[in-house]
Design a protein around this ligand. Structure first.
Ligand code: ZN
Ligand code: ZN
Length: 273
């Protein structure tokens, strides 16, 4: 059994803890066996297990635990990086926790994940200017600017005029949902796109890895955001130092999560084999 296959046991819609195994081969374990197996994996590969369960949304506690385990790992390994080693002891944990948090957020990105909409600051609405034709005795819409009132008296009856309103309208990016998909805009999450130069040269559409996302299908959280977050804690790490040694360390934290997840997966496969 894989980690992916355990997810359905956590959501009531499809959960089956009756002890009666469903009729498919991969589910030939009882609910109790499943729980025992997961408990075992949690103790063998805690970081990978929590990271995965947090990523798929099974548990917020697991996500928090994954970040704290990754922070511990960062504390143990950061001495290799001079800039991090030299941090004052009272701010070092905060810096590493920030890096671990960003690394975990990046690890959680996938083409199906959602991120807060930037266009409307995750409120679902934006202020937009609209021009409306009005007549002096026409209906006034709520939110119409005070300009009309000023013009009102001087206008002859039944004349039409334009007013500029500022209205709250549904955010065009997220359609009011406050979140947008993390899927790459160029390839719509497929990871493959038409290579324009090559297609032109060969005269037929040629597919290749999408340039925007490098074939991942979704956009990564820019590493510079992690740098900005740690810059708010300490000014002892310059952008040049970040590029030279901070970012590679940060990338290793993301890699660590991916490795730990595959360990947890392998462990689960083994105990349920
Ligand atoms: Zn929006
Ligand atoms: Zn893409």
């Amino acid at each position: 059994m894989s980690l992916e296959a355990t997810v359905k046991y956590h959501f009531p819609k499809t959960a089956s803890f009756t002890g009666m195994p469903p009729a498919t081969k991969s589910d030939a374990l009882t609910g109790t066996d499943q729980m025992a197996a997961m408990g075992m994996v949690q103790s063998i590969a805690p970081l990978g297990f929590c990271a995965f369960m947090g990523k798929v949304g099974v548990s917020k506690n697991d996500a928090a635990r994954a970040v704290s385990l990754l922070t511990e790992f960062a504390m143990q390994t950061c001495d290799r990086v001079a800039a991090l080693r030299k941090l004052e002891t009272d701010i070092k944990p905060a810096v590493l926790q920030t890096l671990a948090t960003y690394a975990y957020m990046d690890y959680c990105q996938s083409a199906s994940s959602k991120k807060p909409c930037k266009c409307c600051s995750a409120t679902g609405f934006i202020d937009a200017e609209v021009f409306t034709m009005k007549s002096r005795f026409g209906t006034q819409r709520p939110g119409a600017v005070t300009e009309i009132k000023r013009l009102d008296e001087s206008l002859p009856e039944n004349t039409s005029y334009q007013v500029r309103d500022t209205e709250r309208v549904l955010c065009p990016d997220c359609k009011g949902k406050c979140v947008v998909s993390s899927a790459c805009r160029d390839c719509k999450g497929r990871g493959r796109a038409v290579m324009e130069a090559e297609s032109k040269r060969q005269g037929v559409p040629v597919m290749g890895d999408c340039k925007r996302c490098g074939g991942r299908g979704f956009e990564r959280i820019p590493a510079i955001e992690a740098f900005r977050a740690i810059s708010a804690i300490t000014d002892s790490i310059s952008l040049a130092t970040w590029d030279r040694s901070g970012k590679p360390f940060y990338d290793q934290l993301i890699g660590k999560l991916e490795i730990e997840e595959s360990w947890a997966n392998a462990a689960l496969n083994k105990v349920t084999a």
